[in-house]
Design a protein around this ligand. Structure first.
Ligand code: SF4
Length: 451
């Protein structure tokens, strides 16, 4: 149960900390020359990761905060693919020699909007351009409503190893309120077909805090997931930010559960999954104890990047496509969200960067502390400073910022170790914000609430 004294932090806007500095701190008109310099300075031996953004969906789910649109026919998708292939060539030409790609992630939108042959050709091109290793993880986000046998076969033939399936809720009433009608037998069929094709590492995304949702709904979804022996589960809270995601205005805000109910739903889902043998990981993930994500959480090697919790240790992530974010040791670079702008940049023959941020040693130090807390619910300031070559007291100001939260029971401070207790796990983000040097900027309208 959420304690009344936590309300102040639970209702305050706070980043999800999938990066630090967060995308809200990126600067407009980021110089392409800087990105090209980063791209040409990779470690020759170090592996890289590749993220490919497919910004199309068959219909829009009203809760969605992703950068996507409905193409109304395949022509727009086909034109986008042509530019995507061009961008792959641009990157391949400019990237310094590297250790090859170990992870490829297709996100969106719905990557299964691509026709079977187009997906296969895209993956072939990526393999050739980025020297994708034979044993790489190739993950795809999937919408079961637009999945066909042919597309599954193409993904299997392309070497896809992991599928992340959007489930969200099983309740017909909630599905109607979010414009995502998806009967349970459709999900079961998708899962059966994926496994039959050899794609047997499966993630489900579930949600709480949706309009008309109840604890019983979310428990039903958790049990359904466990019955299907799904390996990993992400349980996201619906963030109502219609000023940012315009189509969320279609959601009836008066039907949204309040703070207490949201907290209770998240905890009920966690209890149901834990009762079925799942390990609880970080803020909002669950995995079977034998799954690599659970093993990484147990041995302290879990990471967090723009795709959320991951086992991927790569420092360099090449983001390809409209709005995609690339990560380098030196900073972040994001392609234009505006399709015309991104298209023009690719056609002009330069890496398509619109926004970005160079990161300082101080950013890197804080990023490591935030990542440790988000992954392990604990951070030893001394260890992080030593690991990052910073002065031993380089993060001590965070202790002062965390003190009021410690007094409220959101975290514990012992010496220079900050720990988030199990009961406050869902509020790890406000505690992580104690390390955020940009928190003094106005946060309203930039991020969703903590719970
Ligand atoms: S939730 Fe997924 S399927 Fe729905 S609109 Fe967003 S990206 Fe598309």
């Amino acid at each position: 149960m959420i304690e009344p004294r936590w309300t102040r932090w639970a209702t305050a806007p706070v980043p999800r900390y999938t990066s630090y500095p967060t995308a809200a701190e990126f600067q407009d008109r980021f110089p392409r020359a800087t990105l090209e310099r980063w791209a040409s300075a990779l470690d020759r031996e170090a592996p890289i990761s590749v993220y490919v953004h497919i910004p199309f969906c068959e219909t829009l789910c009203w809760y969605c905060g992703c950068h996507t649109s409905v193409p109304n026919g395949y022509d727009r998708v086909a034109r986008y693919l042509t530019r995507l292939h061009q961008e792959i060539d641009l990157w391949a030409k400019r990237l310094a020699p590297h250790g090859g790609a170990r992870h490829v992630h297709f996100g969106g939108g719905s990557p299964n909007m691509l026709a079977a042959d187009d997906f296969f050709a895209l993956m072939e091109h990526l393999r050739e351009a980025f020297a994708v290793h034979e044993e790489s993880e190739i993950a795809v986000e999937l919408d079961p409503r637009s999945l066909t046998d042919e597309k599954i076969a193409a993904m299997a033939a392309s070497g896809v190893t992991r599928a992340s399936v959007g489930v969200q809720t099983l309740s017909p009433r909630v599905q109607e309120a979010i414009n995502r009608l998806q009967p349970r037998d459709m999900i079961e069929k998708a899962l059966g077909d994926l496994r039959a094709a050899g794609i047997d590492a499966i993630n489900f995304d579930l949600m709480y805090g949706l309009p008309h949702q109840s604890e019983a709904d979310i428990i039903e979804a958790a049990d359904f997931t466990a019955d299907l022996r799904v390996d990993r589960v992400a349980v996201f809270g619906y963030a109502h930010v219609p000023w940012f995601a315009k189509h969320q205005a279609a959601i009836d805000a008066s039907a949204l559960p309040g703070l207490k109910a949201r907290f209770a739903q998240a905890e009920a889902c966690a209890a149901a999954l834990e009762a079925r043998g799942y390990a609880r990981i970080g803020l909002d993930h669950f995995a079977k104890p034998v799954d690599p994500l659970a093993r990484a959480a147990a041995d302290g090697t879990l990471r967090r990047n723009f795709q959320g919790y991951t086992t991927d240790p790569c420092q360099t992530i090449i983001g390809i496509g409209n709005s995609a974010i690339s990560t380098f040791r030196e900073g972040f670079a994001q392609a234009a969200k505006d399709m015309r702008e991104w298209t023009d940049a690719v056609e002009a023959g330069g890496l398509p960067v619109a926004r970005g941020r160079a990161i300082s040693d101080d950013d890197r130090l804080r990023a490591r502390a935030i990542e440790a807390l988000m992954c392990n619910l604990e951070v030893d300031l001394e260890t992080v400073c030593a690991e990052m070559g910073a002065p031993a007291h380089g993060l001590d100001e965070a202790l002062t910022r965390a003190r009021p939260m410690a007094e409220a029971g959101l975290c514990e401070i012992s010496g220079r170790v900050i720990t988030v207790p199990e009961a406050a796990r869902m509020l790890v983000r406000p505690v992580a914000a104690a390390f955020d040097a940009y928190r003094d900027a106005p946060q309203e309208g930039r991020h969703a609430r903590a719970v």
